[in-house]
Design a protein around this ligand. Structure first.
Ligand SMILES: [Zn+2]
Length: 91
């Protein structure tokens, strides 16, 4: 028998799926992994944008500040999106 929620094998006589219930540690790891993945992706996009920006503008005071803040912003956004996405995949 396969669980309709997670698709993993469940013992035939099981009342509930052992993969979907109880094992909270695994699901937390999945959540962190999703967040880390999203954060890394966001950071990558941020650094890419900064690289493009610096190739177009001189490293002035305002640009330097944006170059510093932008990757942090995209990292945070990616992290949140990754966490939300990982959480949604639990269902
Ligand atoms: Zn399941």
């Amino acid at each position: 028998m396969k669980c309709t929620k997670c698709g993993l094998d469940v013992p035939e006589d099981a009342i509930y799926c052992p993969h979907c219930t109880g094992d909270r540690k695994t699901r937390d790891i999945e959540l962190y992994r999703g967040g880390a993945k999203g954060g890394a992706l966001g950071l990558g996009i941020g650094l890419l944008l900064v690289t493009i920006m610096l190739s177009m503008y001189d490293m002035e005071r305002g640009i330097a500040a944006i170059a510093l803040v932008l990757p942090i912003g995209t990292f945070t956004t990616g992290l949140i999106i990754g966490l939300v996405k990982a959480k949604r995949e639990w269902k």
